[in-house]
Design a protein around this ligand. Structure first.
Ligand SMILES: Nc1ncnc2c1ncn2[C@@H]1O[C@H](COP(=O)(O)OP(=O)(O)OP(=O)(O)O)[C@@H](O)[C@H]1O
Length: 294
């Protein structure tokens, strides 16, 4: 069974509202990042791949299986939705065992697999902890454990790091990278840092369209020569904000160091120097280029 997801000319309408516009994607084994602002269509895309929503038109194959074969596709996909919640009054082990029963795993398999998975997500010492007593990061890790309980070929995770503290965020990202060693992990987020740290291949969505599909290196290359930095006075900064798309500002007592996008139509002012783009700059440049955002 080929580990790949293919989307061909996929469209999705909610009434008159088009949430996906001619989406074409080829996703292979490893970590794949799906980036876009709120409302770009990421959740809709995740849902049509997981068979939770039917596409209005187009073809989707998950590891060679058409999404119309819902049961077969669901058996090879694990999904951690944005608004994941679990049975608060159960302990970690009870919740996993219950979900194992629902997934049709026999007792012997559950006994073997659940402790192994809890070890993997570093919750082996929390078997008896009540779900409602866990931190946000622990709940997300439990969410991952339940999503891979049936050993799926594909794991889809929607906005996973929102609300996590920096340490939990790093730990969670590392866990996803490990899981992606032998399967596809799709990470949907509007947080550029999550993608930068973990994904080699990414797609960027805007208003239902895929506006970029490639590697992080290619995204950075695309913005090469377009990002500038300057240290200016607090009065000058107001003018710069009107003229350019500012990607970062570091305020000091009397001056401001600013990073901004230029090199489309604008002339760059004296004292500004070109700098190497980071992923956030490159993302902002792409949005600016496609939509003229400021
Ligand atoms: N059930 C629905 N009925 C009508 N419009 C919807 C429905 N679900 C989503 N939309 C619209 O479709 C577009 C894409 O929404 P979607 O939730 O897929 O975006 P998203 O990128 O996941 O955003 P977020 O990060 O906020 O969840 C948005 O304009 C949204 O308002």
């Amino acid at each position: 069974m080929e580990t790949e997801i293919l989307l061909n000319q996929v469209n999705k309408f909610y009434g008159n509202k088009q949430a996906l516009c001619d989406v074409n994607l080829h996703i292979e084994q490893g970590m794949f990042g799906l980036l876009g602002r709120n409302g770009a269509g990421k959740t809709t895309l995740m849902k049509v791949i997981t068979t939770l929503l039917p596409a209005s038109s187009g073809d989707i194959h998950v590891c060679g299986i058409p999404v119309k074969e819902e049961r077969s596709v669901r058996s090879i996909i694990g999904y951690l939705p944005q608004d994941f919640s679990m049975y608060g009054n159960m302990t970690v082990y009870e919740a996993m065992d219950y979900l194992g029963v629902l997934s049709g795993l026999d007792k012997k398999t559950r006994k073997e697999r659940i402790p192994e998975l809890l070890r993997r997500v570093n919750l082996q010492n929390n078997k008896r902890t009540k779900v409602k007593a866990m931190s946000g990061g622990m709940k997300r890790r439990l969410g991952i454990a339940q999503a891979i309980l049936h050993d799926p070929k594909v794991l889809i995770v929607d906005e996973p790091t929102a609300g996590l503290d920096p340490e939990e965020r790093v730990r969670f990202r590392n866990l996803l990278s490990e899981i992606a060693d032998d399967r596809i992990v799709i990470l949907s987020t509007h947080i550029v840092g999550d993608i930068e740290a973990t994904c080699e291949k990414i797609a960027i969505m805007d208003a239902g369209n895929i506006i970029f599909n490639g590697t992080v290196a290619e995204l950075l290359e695309h913005a090469d020569g377009k990002i500038y930095t300057a240290t200016v006075s607090k009065i000058e900064i107001e003018d710069i904000k009107k003229r350019y798309l500012v990607t970062n500002m570091l305020r000091m007592p009397t001056e401001v160091t600013v990073r901004f996008v230029a090199g489309l139509e604008e002339e760059v002012f004296e004292g500004a120097t070109s700098c190497t783009p980071n992923v956030e700059d490159a993302y902002m440049y792409l949005m600016h280029e496609k939509r003229g955002d400021r």
